[in-house]
Design a protein around this ligand. Sequence first.
Ligand SMILES: *[C@@H]1O[C@H](CO)[C@@H](O)[C@H](O)[C@H]1NC(C)=O
Ligand SMILES: *[C@@H]1O[C@H](CO)[C@@H](O)[C@H](O)[C@H]1NC(C)=O
Ligand SMILES: [Ca+2]
Length: 365
Amino acid sequence: MAATSGSDHYSHSKPPLSFLFAGKKMPLKLFWAFALLIFTVSRCFGDDDHEMEEFLKREFSLSKPYQGVGSSGSSHWELMGDAMVTTEQVRLTPDMQSRQGAVWSRIPCHLKDWEMQVHFKIHGQGKKNLNGDGMAIWYTKERVQKGPVFGNMDNFTGLGVFVDTYPNEEKHIEAQKKRYTPRTQRIFPFVLAMVGNGSISYDHERDGWPTELGGCNAMVRNLKHDTFLFIRYIRRRLTVMIDIDGQHEWRDCLDIPGVRLPQGYYFGATAITGDLSDNHDIISLKLYQLTVLRSKKEEEEEEDEITIPSVDNMELLRLGQVEEGMSAIAIFFTVLFFMLGCMFLIIIGLVVYSHWNESRRKRFY
Ligand SMILES: *[C@@H]1O[C@H](CO)[C@@H](O)[C@H](O)[C@H]1NC(C)=O
Ligand SMILES: *[C@@H]1O[C@H](CO)[C@@H](O)[C@H](O)[C@H]1NC(C)=O
Ligand SMILES: [Ca+2]
């Protein structure tokens, strides 16, 4: 097994500190971010990255020239549906209506900490919002199942990271001629993560909002440069980053602790088209094993084996989303008013004090 330091991409393996503050901005989170800042900074510089090593795991990776994929049982990867291999890519769906395709690993993955780097391309003839429906990267118990969730079955068990290119909910509400008040300011294409436990359904009409763990906008269609998605799972922390600007820089998409995923699940990639379509291409999937040193305490915490996927504090996470409307501008004004308020109080205090001082002096004379 070759130990690699990875492609160019991997050279910036240390996330910047802005990591903490990026993504959804909201006062509550900001408060916690500040509260945790010192702690986290010391951790970042302490153990995290320096003692982390990466190893490319070839048996869970898929790259050119895709030898044997889809044609022989000896390949580690299996094609399904309308997926096709060419010299340049694994095309999950062509830019045609009502297609679905997938590529699935044949081997269950028993790694504890890993990172999947997805090199993908979504392109087609359709103008903005006249394309669909998107693709997904999976780490699930089930494999090679057809279905409505970006070409995979509903009620799946495990992790799905979706690149949703079509805003179903918006269109649905427009069609009903209701006034559209966005509950969340989602801009499509939208990347989001979901953890299923076998009985949680993906709400297609609402673009998965009810089960969303977090997400971000990602303008990934019809780009000239390469586009990447990174899914990192370390110490039960799920981090998704994207690199879509051609700058070889990661952008944080979501970062959630307490994500419990069992070992021994399968990696896969799927895509689907409906009335609207796109080419959904996988150029490579690279899985890195991450070797992370754990403290005694962490080891003890992670001792009991996970059998059903779940996310800690899902309710709090959902609560966070309700407050999501708070934009950067709103935060700016909140801070501004807070500071003005403080100044006002100080001035009042000074005025009261000087009055009191004066009247005291008067009393003395
Ligand atoms: C799956 O999650 C849902 C919602 O959190 C919960 O109600 C249900 O009991 C869970 N099912 C299993 C099998 O754990
Ligand atoms: C998925 O689970 C939900 C809730 O448990 C159930 O109502 C639905 O029929 C299931 N769908 C499929 C396709 O199994
Ligand atoms: Ca959608």
